[in-house]
Design a protein around this ligand. Structure first.
Ligand code: ADP
Ligand code: MG
Length: 264
């Protein structure tokens, strides 16, 4: 799928985020092509997670616009929207530090994420009318299918905290998918994974893009993973976007090499 033909799924213009005296993001302009896997890299403290927090409504940028296009011909301004609204519109994320409901089961973790899509609302849930019961049943079926597809079916009734670390990371991704996003934001999904698990993640990221037909924006430190899966790479350094190019160009870019190796 080529992104250029049908416009980007996401574009930002002039995103600036100031915390007190610190400019965490400075005039950031970038795009995510529809159907692409796009990486966002940069040294620690560069502003990558801050950018995710702006996109998902956790922070409101000091300046700039963020335009989300869940499908061709539809454009949504994200800047003033609340996080749950942004999830509902189709942007899902995972966190750098795993955030699961540790004492709930794997299935319950996914069901809670599904609720962002439920129509019945709180009154339906209290009255338990027929529509609500049907909706809950179809949500449970959808959750089981999703867990099966991502290899977590056999663990559906296990308590989340008892899963091996790699499976917890996978469950985080499944929870994000349960909100049926058209754009998935992954914040360092390989953090803490061993070499074999990182290789699996490489396949998993492509599989998600193709199977769920969505676009992926990936923050990642593992350069072999970034170089292998990404269609395009954006590089942040001290809140400034210093390069945007295909991975083979990024690898050779003197500005990028300098940002990673430091000034000396
Ligand atoms: N809520 C906040 N208040 C103040 N400073 C923050 C806040 N969030 C992030 N920062 C600062 O913004 C900079 C970028 O942080 P972050 O986006 O987490 O970087 P990265 O994810 O690239 O490692 C850091 O200097 C960090 O300390
Ligand atoms: Mg971060």
């Amino acid at each position: 799928m080529s992104g250029a033909a049908n416009g980007p799924v996401l574009s930002t213009a002039g995103i600036t985020m100031i915390f007190g005296g610190l400019t965490a993001l400075s005039d950031v302009n970038f795009e995510v092509d529809r159907g692409s896997i796009t990486a966002l890299i940069g040294p620690n403290g560069a502003g990558k997670t801050t950018l995710f927090n702006c996109l998902t409504g956790i922070y409101r940028p000091s300046r700039g616009t963020m335009t989300f296009s869940p499908e061709e011909g539809r454009e949504i301004q994200l800047r003033k929207l609340a996080p749950d609204r942004i999830t509902y519109l189709g942007i899902a994320r995972t966190f750098q530090n795993i955030r699961l409901f540790n004492n709930l089961t794997v299935l319950e973790n996914v069901l809670i994420a599904c609720h962002s899509r439920m129509k019945a609302g709180i009154l339906g849930a209290l009255l338990r009318d027929r529509r609500t019961v049907q909706e809950e049943r179809s949500m449970a079926e959808f959750s089981y299918r999703l867990l099966d597809r991502y290899g977590l079916g056999p663990s559906a009734n296990h308590v989340a905290k008892n899963l091996p670390y790699g499976a917890q990371r996978r469950l985080e991704i499944v929870r994000a998918l349960a909100t049926r996003p058209s754009l998935l934001l992954l914040d360092e999904p390989a953090a803490g994974l061993n070499i074999a698990e990182t290789r699996e993640l490489d396949d998993l990221i492509r599989y998600i893009r193709d199977q769920e037909k969505l676009s992926i924006l990936l923050i990642e430190h593992d350069m072999s993973l970034v170089m292998s899966v990404s269609d395009r790479v954006h590089v942040l350094d001290y809140g400034v976007l210093i390069a945007s190019a295909p991975p083979e160009e990024i690898r050779r870019d003197p500005k990028v090499i300098k940002a990673y190796l430091g000034e000396d």
